[in-house]
Ligand binder design. Structure first.
Ligand code: ZN
Length: 243
């Protein structure tokens, strides 16, 4: 009898352990709102005492992220989506608080805006990160839309354990909008019209993710390729122009 019980325990224990190992993940698994979301939490990376990356070409990352985030928010609002900013000025917001802001919304997704940095100045291109598989679609779509920007380089969509992604209870992605350490992309990051373009492509991806292709009308003129000689006039709403 005892031997039989031992045998059952020996068989059952690994199963129980396996269940324990996966259980916490399952309970914290994000709710898939990737096709039904009504609110977009727009997260401007860094801020306040946290500059993020800082390079001569691109300046402080926190400035560029805030500007792109504000432009993105405006475009999403114009597309009838509710928005929440984790910060809308140059203030320091701890990562936990950013996650808390997202997790306290009804039916949200989370999009974090960053710029990249490398010791190798030649490295350039866009990267988009996700943690939960339910965020993968959105990450792919954002990356795809960014790649429609002329001269863009694709550094891919990757899994990452960044806290703002790992702790999110809803789909969450982090976009690296180019390298401040690269002469061209750093220069682009300082350019308000280029930031407008970044925001436009990310907004288009988000609206497409929610409502399907062809619905995004935020800046219809920006969807056509800009002329070879510089960006088209009127791309930047005067209300948003900041230098
Ligand atoms: Zn960053």
């Amino acid at each position: 009898m005892l031997r039989a019980i031992r045998r059952i325990l020996a068989l059952a224990l690994p199963c129980l352990l396996a269940a324990c190992a996966t259980a916490p993940r399952e309970t914290t698994t994000a709710k898939d709102t990737s096709k039904t979301f009504t609110t977009v939490v727009v997260d401007a990376g860094h801020g306040g005492k946290d500059n993020g990356a800082y390079r001569n070409f691109g300046g402080a990352e926190k400035i560029a992220t805030l500007d792109v985030a504000k432009r993105l928010e405006q475009k999403l609002r114009e597309s009838q989506l509710k928005t929440v900013m984790t910060r809308s000025s140059d203030v320091f917001i701890p990562l936990e608080q950013r996650v808390a802001i997202e997790n306290s919304q009804k039916n949200p997704i989370f999009v974090s805006i960053h710029f990249n940095d490398s010791r190798k100045r030649g490295i350039h291109g866009f990267e988009t990160y996700y943690h939960s598989p339910i965020s993968r679609d959105l990450a792919d779509r954002i990356q795809q839309k960014l790649m429609t920007i002329p001269h863009s380089a694709n550094r891919g969509v990757h899994f990452a354990s960044f806290r703002v992604l790992r702790l999110a209870r809803y789909p969450a992605v982090l976009v690296e909008c180019g390298f401040l350490s690269n002469r061209r992309e750093g220069g682009d990051a300082r350019d308000s019209e280029y930031r407008e373009l970044l925001a436009d492509r990310i907004a288009e991806a988000i609206v497409e993710q929610r409502y399907g292709p062809g619905v995004y009308r935020g800046t219809a003129h920006a969807a056509t390729p800009p002329p070879a000689e510089g960006p088209s006039p009127g791309l930047v709403p005067t209300t948003l122009k900041q230098n």
